[in-house]
Design a protein around this ligand. Structure first.
Ligand code: ATP
Ligand code: MG
Length: 258
């Protein structure tokens, strides 16, 4: 049973003058626990719209959406919000850290909504999570004192601190240089596979996408399976199987999704 299932999902929004815009057109997608799925598409193809639906922020116009075999369309908004808070972690291009709070306080924030032991132990749990991303020594630093890569590692710690079953990353390396982006992406891939969470990465960067175990392309709202044509940002052996390209082109070939 997949953790997430979309069937024939469409998203249509009204524009001025009675016109409408079809952002997503019949998207089918299944993601299992522990899987890393990448979605590549050009600007405006509907990637963030799709991610917002997967993350229970937005609802499809038509089509089916199941989370852990629960029909999401039947959930009340409060139930949906609680499900999102407990089960989904988000990572954004711009990190979205709270500026007036230390790294540790940022990571603790999601635990303010936890109950019992996890609430009372939030400082220790958040500290351990910061250690895991290699930033235990920067717990008291304010975000503006941290580099972009460090800020994204804090954001990763924050998104994982509630042990979500799904992590949704929207251009997680978009604001980082290539090397820092590769390091951050490997960390995200490692930690999410350690915890058994499903990871969905949206990116323009085919080297980032190549880390995933399954690959999709989104083109004008149509999602289709794709094969990576570039090397992953980490050795394939370290990150699990990556589907081989049918006929690898020369090293200088432009990066394309087939
Ligand atoms: N509520 C809305 N009303 C009108 N148009 C919208 C709305 N939401 C999204 N769009 C449009 O739908 C298209 C897809 O938007 P989306 O943000 O999903 O793209 P994207 O693939 O994430 O792009 P980018 O790579 O630039 O972030 C865009 O043309 C956007 O302007
Ligand atoms: Mg987007």
């Amino acid at each position: 049973m997949p953790l997430i299932r979309l069937e024939g999902v469409t998203k249509t929004v009204p524009l001025a003058d009675d016109a409408t815009l079809d952002i997503l057109r019949g998207v089918d997608l299944e993601v299992d626990a522990g899987e890393h799925v990448s979605i590549v598409g050009r600007s405006g193809s509907g990637k963030s719209t799709l991610l917002n639906i997967l993350g229970l922020i937005d609802a499809p116009t038509t089509g089916g959406h199941w989370f852990d075999d629960r029909d999401v369309s039947t959930l009340r908004s409060g139930t949906r919000d609680r499900l999102r808070g407990a089960q989904v972690g988000f990572i954004f291009q711009q990190f979205n850290l709270l500026q007036g709070r230390t790294a540790l306080e940022n990571v603790m924030t999601p635990l303010l909504y936890a109950s019992g032991r996890r609430f009372w132990r939030r400082r220790a749990i958040a500290g351990a999570m910061l250690e895991k991303v290699g930033l235990g020594h920067r717990a008291e630093a304010m975000p503006h004192r941290l580099s972009g890569g460090e800020q994204q590692r804090v954001a990763i710690a924050r998104s994982l601190v509630r042990d979500p079953r799904v992590i949704l990353a929207d251009e997680p390396t978009g604001a980082l240089d290539i090397e820092t982006g590769a390091t951050v992406m490997r960390l995200l891939d490692d930690i999410s596979s350690d915890t058994g969470a499903a990871l969905v990465t949206i990116t323009h960067d085919l080297a980032v996408a190549a880390l995933a175990s399954r690959h999709y392309a989104l083109d004008a709202g149509v999602l289709s399976a794709a094969r990576p044509r570039v090397e992953a940002v980490a050795p394939a052996a370290a990150v699990g199987p990556v589907a081989p390209a049918p006929e690898p082109g020369p090293a200088s070939a432009p990066a394309v999704i087939a």
